[in-house]
Ligand binder design. Structure first.
Ligand code: SF4
Length: 322
C-alpha cells in the first residue's frame, strides 16, 4: 500500500465484510474455515496488583471479577465452565467452532501446572480449535514461554496482553504496575522465544490526559510490534472500583461517545490494515455494575454511532497507513 502526498492511502479499502476495519471474525474464518467464537473461562482468581506485590494496587478500572465475562460461574470447574459458556455463545452467535479464552484476572499468574492442565481440558473438546490467554506484560517466565511454545506447535494459541496504554503517566494513573517499555519487551520476548504464538494487545482510550497525538503514536507503535490483533476499550466506571471513587468526587469525567468515536477513527486510520481488530469499544454486559457513561449501556446503538462517525469522515482502517 502506498500513500499520496496528503498522507492518505491511494489504495481502495480492502473487503472487510462491509466493515471499515479488519474484523477478527474474518481472520478466524480464513484460518479455521468456519465461524469461530471465543468461550471465556477463568482458572485464576487473583493477580499481582490485587495481591499488592511490590506495593501494587488494584487497577483503577478493575471490578471485583477481574474482567471476567461470567463471574457467576467463576467457581465452576473448567469443564463445566466450557460446557456452560459454549452453549451460551453457540446459541447467541450460531457457531460450532470455539477458542477457549482464559480471560479473567492474570491467567499466567496462576500455577503453571494449572494452566497446562487447563489447556489439556480445553483441547479435549472436539469443537475447540485453539486457545487464547489473556495476561499482563510482566507475568512471563521461561517455563511459561516453554509451555506456550510447545502448545503453539500443536494448536492455535493466541496471547492477548493487557497493555492498555503506551504512556507511562497514564499507566501510573491507572495503577497498572508496569511500564510501556515492559509491554514492548514482553511482546518482543514472546515473538522471539515462542514464535508460533499469535500475539495481540488490549488498549483503553479515554484517559484524562489523552490527546490525538498520543492516539496516532499508539497506532504507529502497534504497527511496529509483532502483533496480529488489537482490542479497543473505552474507559468506563464500574461499581466498587477505585475509578468510581474518583468519579463520585468529580475527579474523573468519562469520555463522550462522539469524542471516543473520533479517537477510534483516528487510531484505525493510522493502524496497519493487516492488524485485525476484535472490537471497537467495551460495551457493558453487566448493566447493574455500570456507573458511567450511560452510552456504554446501549451496545448496538453506540457501536453503530462509532461506525457512522468513521463513515461520515470517509475513513477506514489503514487510510493513513504508509
Ligand atoms: S485489570 Fe487485571 S491486573 Fe489489573 S487489577 Fe484487574 S485483574 Fe489485576
Amino acid at each position: 500500500m502506498h500513500s499520496g502526498s496528503s498522507g492518505i492511502s491511494t489504495q481502495p479499502a480492502p473487503d472487510w465484510q462491509g466493515k471499515p476495519y479488519y474484523p477478527i471474525s474474518q481472520v478466524y474464518r480464513q484460518r479455521f474455515g468456519a465461524k469461530v467464537i471465543k468461550v471465556p473461562v477463568s482458572i485464576a482468581d487473583t493477580c499481582p496488583n490485587r495481591m499488592g506485590i511490590r506495593g501494587m494496587q488494584t487497577c483503577i478500572f478493575c471490578d471485583e471479577w477481574g474482567s471476567f465475562a461470567y463471574p457467576e460461574n467463576q467457581d465452576n470447574d473448567l469443564r463445566e465452565q466450557i460446557l456452560k459458556h459454549r452453549e451460551k455463545v453457540a446459541k447467541r452467535f450460531n457457531a460450532n467452532r470455539f477458542l477457549v479464552y482464559f480471560q479473567a484476572y492474570t491467567t499466567t499468574f496462576t500455577q503453571l501446572g494449572k494452566l497446562k492442565s487447563g489447556f489439556e481440558t480445553a483441547l479435549s473438546f472436539d469443537d475447540v480449535v485453539g486457545l487464547v490467554v489473556g495476561t499482563r506484560p510482566d507475568c512471563l517466565s521461561a517455563a511459561l514461554l516453554d509451555l506456550w511454545r510447545q502448545t503453539a506447535e500443536r494448536t492455535f494459541l493466541g496471547v492477548e496482553f493487557g497493555v492498555q496504554s503506551f504512556d507511562d503517566d497514564q499507566l501510573l494513573w491507572m495503577r497498572r504496575g508496569h511500564t510501556a517499555r515492559q509491554s514492548i519487551q514482553a511482546l518482543e520476548r514472546v515473538a522471539k522465544e515462542a514464535p508460533n504464538v499469535d500475539l495481540g494487545l488490549h488498549l483503553i482510550f479515554g484517559w484524562p490526559t489523552e490527546n490525538d497525538k498520543q492516539i496516532v503514536e499508539t497506532a504507529k507503535l502497534c504497527n511496529s510490534l509483532p502483533i496480529t490483533n488489537v482490542k479497543l476499550h473505552n474507559l468506563h466506571v464500574l461499581a466498587k472500583t477505585p475509578l468510581e471513587e474518583l468519579y463520585r468526587k468529580g475527579e474523573f469525567e468519562p469520555i463522550h461517545l462522539d469524542q471516543y468515536a473520533h479517537r477510534v477513527a483516528l487510531f484505525l486510520e493510522h493502524l496497519s490494515p493487516k492488524i485485525a481488530v476484535h472490537r471497537l469499544a467495551a460495551l457493558s454486559s453487566r448493566w447493574e455494575e455500570l456507573i458511567a457513561p450511560d452510552w456504554v449501556r446501549h451496545k448496538m446503538k453506540s457501536y453503530q454511532a462509532i461506525l457512522d462517525h468513521i463513515h461520515d469522515r470517509g475513513s477506514h482502517q489503514g487510510l493513513r497507513f504508509p
